[in-house]
Design a protein around this ligand. Structure first.
Ligand code: PHE
Length: 342
């Protein structure tokens, strides 16, 4: 076979093989098979030694032309393969940022907590400190030190859960007052949020477990006017300047005088409805001037110091804040309800 025929054969075989090459590795193998040290074209070049000196230049030229042509074909294929491979990789790695996905569930802050935060920030702004106390409480702090001795008729009003003779689930946050007065010297300015327990029925406005925020101020020359001003500022801060605050004389053994405070009904805005039992008002807290007897029992000189205290029903003011008509919604954890508070 002469050189020409050999070259044609090599070229045809390589072009055929090129058609079927599907990857860069296969292409490299083909390149080695033709142009490598032991490749077919290289072998042909070596065989030139057997030619006569006159034939050699022409054969050499033919082989070089063929080599260039084959190299160019291989390179072209290599480029095509690399761009195809790149395109595939990009396609595979592509992220469709518009594709909808499952969003993780994000919790919401409970409405009671939202209102508590607001109340605490209001009182912290007025210089109060936040103090907490135990939910399982000694009778001594829950009743005795608050001027509610054993067999006092006012104990009945509290529907107490007794653990034993001397331990109760606290029926109000007022024991935190007593604990604080026993351990701190006046001036005292505290708010005490927490859970309280009463053997109450469950309905739209009652629950056996609910929350109160106790407030206590003890200093020289504290008056009922200070109490009224403070609660007025608190009500306006939470509900706006239109809200009306009403003080009604009341009785608590640990305050004298005592009052209950009502706010304009959120449902009827004062006209009278089922929520407010036709009165136009909703009771939200009890308060009064700390009974001098309580001050003395807690080691504070009542001839020097006076003070006021209040106990806010957190659920009540939350319902007022958001127009929630059934207290049970605050306890049941229904996500359809909770997700509305973002
Ligand atoms: N402890 C009272 C109650 O739970 C509320 C209250 C607190 C009243 C402080 C007066 C002063 O009903």
């Amino acid at each position: 076979m002469d050189i020409r025929e050999n070259l044609d054969l090599i070229s045809r075989e390589m072009h055929e093989a090129l058609e079927n090459v599907g990857s860069l590795q296969e292409l490299e193998a083909l390149k080695v098979k033709v142009l490598g040290k032991k490749g077919s074209l290289t072998a042909l070049l070596r065989s030139m030694g057997q030619l006569s000196p006159e034939e050699r230049p022409k054969a050499g030229q033919m082989i070089n032309v063929a080599r260039e042509e084959l190299t160019a074909a291989l390179e072209e294929k290599q480029q095509a393969l690399s761009s195809a491979e790149k395109e595939m990789r990009l396609k595979k790695e592509a992220i469709d940022v518009t594709e909808p996905r499952d969003l993780p569930l994000v919790g919401t802050v409970h409405p009671t907590q939202l209102v508590l935060n607001e109340v605490l920030s209001c009182f912290e702004g007025l210089g109060y400190e936040v103090v907490e106390g135990p939910e399982v409480e000694l009778d001594h702090y829950n009743f005795e030190l608050l001027n509610l001795p054993k067999n006092h008729p006012a104990r009945d009003a509290q529907d107490t859960f007794y653990i034993d003779d001397s331990i109760v689930l606290r029926t109000h946050t007022s024991p935190v007052q007593a604990r604080t007065m026993l351990t701190k010297k006046p001036p005292i300015r505290i708010v005490c949020p927490g859970r309280v327990f009463r053997a109450d029925e469950v309905d739209a406005t009652h629950s056996p477990v609910f929350h109160q925020i106790e407030g206590l101020v003890i200093d020289k020359d504290v008056s009922m006017g200070d109490l009224k001003g403070t609660l007025d500022a608190f009500a306006k801060r939470l509900y706006g300047d239109d809200i009306e605050v009403r003080f009604r004389p009341s009785f608590f053994p640990f305050t004298e005088p005592s009052a209950e405070v009502d706010l304009t009904c959120f449902n009827c805005h004062g006209k009278g409805c089922k929520m407010c039992k036709g009165t136009g008002w909703i009771e939200v807290l009890g308060c009064g001037m700390v009974n001098p007897k309580v001050l003395e029992m807690c080691g504070i000189d009542s001839s020097v110091y006076s003070g006021f205290a209040f106990g806010i029903g957190l659920e009540r003011i939350t319902m007022l804040r958001y127009g929630i008509k059934d207290m049970r919604l605050l306890y049941e954890g229904d996500l359809r309800f909770l997700r509305q508070f973002r």
